[in-house]
Design a protein around this ligand. Structure first.
Ligand SMILES: [Zn+2]
Ligand SMILES: [Zn+2]
Length: 340
């Protein structure tokens, strides 16, 4: 009996330590000490480059990341969903369910059957690996765009995705402010894209070729996560304008996506690549100076930061869309215009 209790305690402790290490140390985690430091350092360098007077690091830290962005009511809801999404609603099983290797194998066999060629080309291993990395990255970005666009256009899906948009302050925790159904659909769609990409690249270059990766994640994606994505959920206005703003989505692009101003609705659905937004008419290039955006969702009839508002109301409202009476809280779908 005592031995069983000790075993359970030891296993529980080992699980908790493993999880903490995965979240805090794995290089591709948005809450890893490495990425948080990189986020802070880039924001500081950006403000100094633009001539902001920095009296002390403490003042700068408070200016960039005010305390209420981590302790306010909206932030407390971010913490809650961050813990629940790591402990309870993990998305790992989606990958198992989809079995990416099997999916990739099916795509490869299909291509081989259609073309009569089992391996399309032989190139230097490093070039094959680089192209495989690029293809997997582009496939992920396209799936990200489609998933995100659908969640803003289809009322049933919007109710789940809305949880992410009810954040009124932005911090890296908002990456995890996501209803579990939103997270599962995202994992399924990006997983399908990853499997298809794997099938095409193994058909092209052979089954032994894998993407370059860091901590199990695509090298290109992790690089952009450090340089751009980690800053998208902050209040640091770092815009890519002009031609660059039509190719890559800056932190400011995503902040516009979170804006509560109806003029900013239906814009900047991509993760890093702006080309899909540009191609499909949803790109809004940010201005050089901050328009001082307000974040959140307008005209809510429930408390978006309560446990019920985060987890139960979205299910109720989504199911309401299936019946004859709609909830009336439809997704914000107004057209994008040129500039913030
Ligand atoms: Zn969105
Ligand atoms: Zn976001």
């Amino acid at each position: 009996m005592l031995q069983n209790a000790i075993d359970m305690l030891t296993n529980g402790l080992a699980y908790a330590l493993g999880l903490a290490a995965n979240v805090l140390i794995r290089p591709s985690s948005f809450l890893s000490v490495w990425m948080l430091w990189a986020t802070f350092a880039i924001a500081v360098l950006w403000y100094r480059r633009n001539g902001s007077r920095v009296r002390s690091w403490k003042v700068l830290r408070r200016g960039l990341f005010p305390r209420h962005h981590l302790t306010g009511r909206s932030a407390r809801a971010d913490w809650l969903l961050t813990v629940l999404n790591h402990l309870v609603f993990t998305t790992g099983f989606i990958a198992t369910l989809l079995s990416l290797a099997t999916l990739g194998g099916s795509v490869r066999h299909l291509l081989a059957d259609l073309t009569g060629v089992s391996q399309a080309t032989v190139i230097a291993p490093w070039a094959a690996q680089a192209l495989t990395t690029l293809m997997a990255f582009v496939a992920y970005e396209f799936a990200y765009y489609v998933d995100h666009w659908l969640k803003h256009q289809v009322p049933f899906l919007w109710h789940f995705h809305k949880v992410h948009h009810t954040a009124e302050t932005l911090s890296p925790l908002v990456n995890f402010r996501m209803h579990p159904i939103d997270g599962y659909l995202f994992a399924a769609l990006t997983g399908l894209a990853g499997g298809a990409s794997m099938g095409v690249s193994t058909w092209l270059f052979g089954s032994e070729v894998l993407p370059f990766s860091i901590g199990g994640s695509n090298l290109i994606l992790v690089t952009f996560a450090y340089l751009v994505i980690s800053l998208q959920h902050t209040h640091a206005w770092i815009p890519f304008t002009g031609r660059l703003g039509h190719v890559l989505l800056s932190p400011a692009h995503h902040q516009i996506h979170h804006s509560a101003d109806p003029r900013h609705y239906n814009s900047n659905y991509g993760s890093v690549i702006a080309l899909f937004d540009w191609l499909f008419g949803t790109l809004r290039v940010p201005s050089k100076t901050s328009p001082r955006l307000r974040f959140g969702v307008n005209d809510l009839t429930h408390d978006p930061h309560s446990l019920a508002g985060l987890l139960i109301v979205p299910v109720r409202d989504a199911l309401g869309e299936l019946g004859p009476q709609q909830s009336g809280d439809s997704p914000p779908n107004r057209p994008a215009t040129d500039c913030a």
